[in-house]
Design a protein around this ligand. Structure first.
Ligand SMILES: CC(C)(COP(=O)(O)OP(=O)(O)OC[C@H]1O[C@@H](n2cnc3c(N)ncnc32)[C@H](O)[C@@H]1OP(=O)(O)O)[C@@H](O)C(=O)NCCC(=O)NCCSC(=O)C[C@H](O)C(=O)O
Ligand SMILES: [Mg+2]
Length: 356
């Protein structure tokens, strides 16, 4: 149940606050790169990272020691004031809504750097009521700070109740920009028996039937995806609300191969980006969440072959029709958005030739 009627869903929640958006802009966000603003080495790297990553996120929550919470908040204010972010978005992850720090996080960030802050990521969201609270408070603080455009909200899906309520969370406010999977907190809340931050588990598998009844014989096993259901449920809720789904953290920093697998699973399921925890994950995320030249060439060939977009044709021995055309348009439109901000991708996609 929204805290607003359809009539006033897009009305500002505070006098003087900017009017909510009627559509969330599809700004590229292949990698949401986490940095700790209280970590001098990470903070020093931020200016040089502008333009190399779609989103820089100043993290104030988990991974920031309790003693450093105020330093992280003040560090983010300092970084925001002194950095020109160009095409890169600036996000933050505030502390949880029951924490002793979150009110000062929001008051300080919105009134001091509100016009530089694109998105506030809210952890441990349980239901639409959490979004309603942040929605109203942001409006009041935007009015107080004279912020000129609405700050958007991004929810982390990392509690069992949040998963049960994900559709209502996605629809809870016109500020909703997107939702990320948070596999670590979600595993703990569900009492799953994995201690990994994202990715698979060797114990979660299916096994080939025995040959000639020999159950101890050589039977191939197939490791399954622990996160398939949750990511798919999140993608459906986001698609229904017109907002964007993301994969969250992959904690095994050294295993860049498995990180790529997890990112690609999410991309194929409909996610538009992922978190990156370490500089080495940025390149993987940018590559995985940008359609390949082969995929774009095929998609453009289908668009060309389908003419007015109706009916069915055979292309390379496969049926293409109204529906597969829509699938191809998803890739073609994403490529156009990414080419607009990534010159290297633009060059790759512009060089694609389609024979008549
Ligand atoms: C994981 C890390 C602690 C590893 O850091 P470190 O040991 O320093 O790694 P390296 O020696 O390989 O670092 C090489 C250089 O890169 C810099 N660095 C490292 N990480 C970052 C970063 N994120 N941004 C910018 N720069 C970074 C190091 O300073 C080194 O610099 P130099 O010495 O000058 O070469 C660390 O990567 C880290 O803390 N990452 C962020 C972790 C994080 O944000 N965790 C929270 C999000 S996940 C979560 O909360 C779970 C989720 O909510 C859920 O519930 O699922
Ligand atoms: Mg978490």
């Amino acid at each position: 149940m929204s805290h607003k009627s359809p009539k006033d869903f897009f009305a500002p929640l505070a006098v003087g606050a900017p009017a909510p958006l009627r559509e969330i802009p599809a700004r590229p966000s292949r990698a949401i790169h986490f940095f700790d603003p209280s970590n001098p080495k990470m903070a020093a790297k931020v200016p040089a990272m502008v333009g190399t990553v779609d989103v820089l996120l100043g993290n104030l929550e988990d991974a920031v020691k309790a003693d450093n919470k105020i330093a992280a908040r003040e560090g983010l204010v300092e970084i925001a004031k002194s950095t020109d972010f160009g095409p890169t978005q600036l996000w933050t992850r505030i502390n949880s809504l029951d924490s002793p720090w979150v009110l000062d996080d929001l008051i300080t960030l919105v009134t001091e750097i509100g016009d530089k802050l694109d998105v506030v990521m809210v952890p441990k969201v349980q239901g639409p009521e959490d979004i309603h609270y942040v929605d109203r408070l942001l409006a009041q603080l935007e009015a107080k700070g004279g912020v000129q455009r609405p700050i958007l909200i991004h929810a982390i899906l990392e509690t069992a109740r949040g998963v049960a309520n994900v559709e209502e969370i996605a629809l809870a406010s016109p500020r909703m920009q997107g939702i990320s999977l948070g596999p670590a907190d979600l595993a703990a809340d569900r009492k799953m028996k994995t201690t990994r931050v994202g990715g698979g588990h060797p114990g979660y598998l299916v096994r080939q039937d025995p040959v000639d009844g020999d159950i101890h014989g050589n039977r191939t096993v197939f490791q399954q995806d622990l996160w398939h259901y949750t990511i798919a449920k999140m993608v459906d809720a986001c698609a229904e609300a017109g907002i964007y789904p993301y994969y969250g953290p992959f904690g095994d920093i050294t295993d860049v191969v498995a990180a790529e697998d997890q990112f690609r699973n999410a991309f194929l399921l409909g996610c538009v980006g992922t978190w990156s925890l370490h500089p080495k994950q940025i390149e993987i995320a940018n590559r995985v969440f940008s359609p390949s030249v082969e995929d774009i060439k095929h998609a453009r060939r289908v668009v060309k072959a389908m003419g007015d977009g109706t009916g069915a044709v055979m292309l390379d021995g496969k049926m293409e029709d109204d529906a597969s055309l829509k699938q191809c348009l998803v890739l073609v439109e994403l490529a156009e958005e990414l080419a607009a901000i990534d010159p290297k991708l633009k060059e790759l996609y512009d060089a694609i030739e389609i024979e008549d």
